[in-house]
Ligand binder design. Structure first.
Ligand SMILES: [Fe+2]
Length: 340
């Protein structure tokens, strides 16, 4: 008996209020209220499934009460009771959300029919709302799963990049420090070029492992102080391709491949390994090429001192459009990128 649908009958007149209660009480849990204010109060305590309510009542009329009920309890269906004189008002009330109306004096079967129809609509709405809630729950669960998966991928990604950086460090400490500085400078240049944040991070990571291929080059060549022989130089020129081969087995590092493979190209097409020219060189690589050169010039090496800033700037100017992308050189010459 407890799960019977709950109906509230609101009418200031006892006779119609009681007669409707008598009609409905065998099938539904029926409560009554002698006015709209009392009825609204009862709704706050425990909302009803359906309300049968008179239109003409003192203190608050049925149309005002209807709007208040639909505002707070949109799922509760409302059937209005009306005398013939208020019939137009009752019809108009449908647009305020009333389900239907009953004309006084009412017929017992009509009351049962309209009330059952109203409850049927409410059941359907409740079912739809439940389904919608289940779908929302499912969607937010899937969203959480995607976020977790994305975080796991980022952890793997950063772990792999770190492992590669440490591999470079174990082989050649200079290259390790140099790569870190190149990564920071590349990221600063990319930011000034208004590249999206996600891509800036990818360029920074790619720059930090741009020389990873050097782990495949003999140490005595890598650390040689004197001039390289032709065959040694030929071997060193292999490091971009070796690096690209190392990272191509890691799917989420594929964005780093253009930087690793093309960071020794020249803007005039005289670089290696592809001899790519101008904008055929990926933008990420063009950024790292300049960052790589700036850091190399600003670092002291066993065979020469670090260049002073004026000299670095004049080297960039002299090699603009031959070795370097002139647009990137331009923003550096204009002081838009902090170099130290
Ligand atoms: Fe390199």
């Amino acid at each position: 008996m407890n799960n019977r649908e709950r109906i509230l009958v609101i009418d200031d007149e006892l006779a119609p209020r009681e007669s409707i209660r008598m009609v409905l009480k065998d099938q539904y849990a029926v409560s009554t209220a002698s006015g709209a204010l009392e009825g609204l109060d009862m709704m706050i305590q425990d909302p009803f499934d359906l309300i049968v309510m008179d239109i003409k009542m003192p203190k608050m009329d049925g149309i005002t009460a209807l709007q208040k009920i639909k505002h707070k309890h949109p799922d509760t269906e409302v059937i209005l009771l009306t005398a013939y004189a208020s019939l137009e008002t009752a019809r108009d009330a449908i647009r305020f959300g009333a389900f239907d109306y009953l004309l006084k004096p009412f017929d017992k079967d009509d009351v049962l029919l309209v009330v059952e129809k109203g409850l049927k609509k409410r059941r359907a709405n409740t079912g739809l709302r439940l389904e919608r809630d289940i779908l929302f729950d499912r969607a937010s669960y899937l969203e959480e799963q995607v976020t977790m998966a994305r975080n796991n991928i980022m952890t793997c990604y950063e772990g792999t990049v770190n492992a590669l950086i440490l591999t470079i460090d174990a082989k050649d400490h200079y290259t390790y420090n140099h790569s870190n500085r190149v990564a920071k400078l590349s990221s600063s240049i990319a930011e000034v070029l208004s590249i999206p944040v996600k891509t800036v991070k990818e360029i920074e990571n790619a720059a930090s492992i741009h020389d990873i291929g050097k782990i495949g080059i003999e140490e005595n060549i890598l650390k040689k102080n004197g001039k390289l022989t032709l065959s040694e130089y030929t071997e060193i020129k292999e490091h971009p391709a070796i690096g690209a081969r190392i990272v191509q087995s890691v799917p989420f590092l594929e964005d780093a491949i253009p930087v690793i493979l093309h960071h020794h190209e020249r803007y005039d097409g005289k670089g290696y390994p592809g001899g790519l020219k101008g904008e055929h060189i990926p933008l990420s690589a063009r950024i790292v090429i300049i960052a790589d050169a700036i850091d190399a010039m600003m670092s002291a090496r066993p065979y020469r001192d670090a260049l002073i800033m004026d000299k670095v700037m004049s080297e960039l100017r002299n090699n603009s459009a031959t070795q370097f992308d002139p647009e990137i050189v331009d923003i550096i010459l204009k002081g838009k990128v902090p170099l130290v």
